[in-house]
Design a protein around this ligand. Structure first.
Ligand SMILES: O=C(O)CCC(=O)C(=O)O
Ligand SMILES: [Fe+2]
Length: 190
């Protein structure tokens, strides 16, 4: 995997996964609108906005409304990433119905570290260098994301690579957490 990419297969316990899937059943997932397209996965967000999504998006809530199961996960995922919970400024829960892909992208530039937990069905994460070095398919790296696994991306893996998911075979959820990019919160600090 590229430098800055860290994976662990058994991050969430089966009980945590069950609680998060129960929570998902109560959430008003909606398709996210980006500049050019509507992503087919459905999301609910707490905290900082992705700049691509319209400010009127109905399914974004303040971070202090984070449900307890996600607040616990935030604390644990932050610790695994070497951060304090408060440094996680956005929590995104996504629902992928069978056949839903996630297109190639880098996450929005106002965020620094990206960490994600997989729940329910499996997915295959793909990464490719960005900007493209040779345009060769050989540049694509794949990693199976088993349910309850976690990954995090910082440094080269986060800034010098794109990632995406081919269509998932079964219903899956993920929780993505992001810290603020230092230059985005302290623009004049040098
Ligand atoms: O579902 C996943 O694990 C990928 C999520 C992702 O890339 C994102 O939210 O930006
Ligand atoms: Fe992403």
């Amino acid at each position: 995997m590229p430098p800055g990419f860290v994976f662990t297969p058994d991050f969430a316990t089966p009980a945590e996964e069950a609680a998060l899937i129960d929570l998902a059943a109560t959430l008003p997932f909606a398709e996210a609108r980006y500049h050019q397209y509507t992503a087919r996965r459905r999301v609910v967000a707490w905290g900082s906005a992705r700049h691509e999504v319209g400010a009127d998006e109905p399914n974004r809530r303040p971070l202090h409304e984070l449900p307890p199961a996600l607040a616990t996960l935030r604390t644990r995922l932050a610790a695994w990433a070497g951060l304090a919970a408060e440094e996680i400024v956005q929590v995104l829960m996504s629902e992928y119905r069978p056949g839903t892909p996630l297109g190639w992208h880098r996450d929005a530039p106002q965020y620094e570290l990206i960490a994600g937990v997989s729940l329910g069905g499996p997915a295959r994460l793909r990464l490719r260098p960005w900007p493209p070095e040779s345009g060769s398919r050989d540049d694509v790296i794949s990693l199976d994301l088993a349910p309850r696994s976690a990954y995090r991306m910082s440094g080269p893996a986060r800034w010098g690579w794109q990632h995406g998911l081919p269509p998932v075979p079964a219903l899956r959820w993920s929780v993505t957490m992001r810290s603020a990019r230092a230059s985005a919160i302290r623009p004049s600090a040098g």
